[in-house]
Write a new protein. Sequence first.
Length: 142
Amino acid sequence: MVLTVAVQAQNSSEKEVQTTIEMLFEGMLEADGQKIADSFTSDAIMQTVVKNEQGKVAIRNGNLEAFVKSIGSAEPGRLHEKIGGYEIKIDGELASAWTPYEFYVGEDFSHCGVNSFQLMKTADGWKIFHIVDTRRRDNCVE
């Protein structure tokens, strides 16, 4: 049996999308609120898929301003989101990116999951306008 693997080279738009997302994670690691804010549109939506107290799946809405303030006031180097890869799709000015991750606070593992980003191409480059993630402590690579 022969196994064939297709490798698709990343085009310049995909690289630009990935760079925007990496800027967000660099900002988190560096506790740089401005770098984080610059990754997003000013009205971006932040959500997490969670199970509520009754065990039902629900959406928890976040707040970009509170996120930027919270992460920006953290100790630099303390919050580290390790990305397991990028799956990026683009159509014109719309991009979607899927990024599995593991999140650490200092050296301690916190949780893992997947980020689903929606980005738009603006005059200032690609910006995240919607992010939804999952968070769990089981079935993580660690």
